[in-house]
Design a protein around this ligand. Structure first.
Ligand code: SF4
Length: 263
């Protein structure tokens, strides 16, 4: 069994300061060298994630990349999976939710539960995204994301290197933390990086098909996510733990004891 590579708070803090003004490629190079196969890039095929894949692939073409297939993704995202596989020759790791959990959730609440109330939307995000992600990350020592500080208020304090206490204290690396959207698109154009076709149809943030739509002029870039909700976080819980007390008891019912869902 491979030995785990663990950073403590002090080292992570020092590295965050050291890398804060460095280029994303320097951060990625450090991560690839330090964590090797214990590191993987997480992508949902948005522009930022594609920039990360392109940069990392130029550093090490064998870098690991994974995605969570919630089962509700737009067809265009599945096409992106194949485009990325073809262009970079990466054996993309596609992880899906636990069948039994999805079955139990749909049996209790229906297929489109997310439109009814925020706690049910968060429940769906937990079952389809957060729990599969947790399973993947439990096998890693570090993960790379395309998060940027200017995407949403909850992201304004992210560091380029930080400990992920929501996932067992592994290392979370956000090389594009200080990039703007413009810098992302400049890179995509300069290096001919494949990008998601829904951007050309007015989408500025891309997630599951039933929960994402194009934005109107002047709207916030994440306004197209869960657009029917008022006052709820534009987050699914993958990048920040969401505790509302509203969905947890339902989740418990679905997960059941010993992994056997209650009906
Ligand atoms: S974004 Fe929508 S469909 Fe996707 S997991 Fe969350 S609630 Fe479910």
């Amino acid at each position: 069994m491979e030995e785990r590579i663990i950073l403590d708070e002090l080292e992570a803090g020092e590295l965050a300061i050291e890398f804060d003004h460095q280029e994303p490629q320097d951060v990625i190079r450090w991560a690839v060298e330090r964590f090797g196969n214990r590191l993987a890039i997480c992508t949902s095929f948005q522009a930022d994630g594609l920039v990360i894949i392109d940069m990392a692939w130029r550093i090490n073409p064998k870098v690991r990349v994974f995605t969570i297939d919630t089962g509700r993704l737009p067809q265009e995202t599945y096409e992106m999976i194949d485009r990325v596989r073809a262009k970079y020759g990466i054996a993309l790791e596609v992880h899906v939710p636990e069948t039994r959990q999805v079955e139990a959730m749909v049996r209790r609440h229906g297929a489109n539960l997310f439109y009814r109330e925020v706690p049910l939307r968060l429940l769906c995000c937990q079952v389809r995204k957060v729990l599969p992600l947790r399973r993947v990350l439990s096998q890693l020592d570090a993960w790379i994301t395309g998060l940027r500080r200017d995407q949403w208020a909850t992201r304004s304090n992210i560091r380029k290197i930080e400990l992920d206490h929501d996932h067992g204290g592994i290392v979370k690396i956000n090389p594009l933390a200080d990039w703007t959207e413009e810098e992302v698109w400049d890179y995509i154009r300069a290096f001919d990086v494949p990008y998601h076709p829904l951007y050309d149809r007015g989408y500025t943030s891309i997630g599951c098909a039933p929960c994402t739509r194009p934005i109107q002029p002047g709207e916030d870039p994440r306004a197209g996510r869960w657009w029917w909700e008022r006052g709820a976080p534009k987050e699914c819980g993958m990048h920040c733990a969401i505790e509302t007390g509203g969905f947890e008891h339902e989740l418990e019912a679905i997960l059941g004891h010993n992994g056997h869902p209650h009906s």
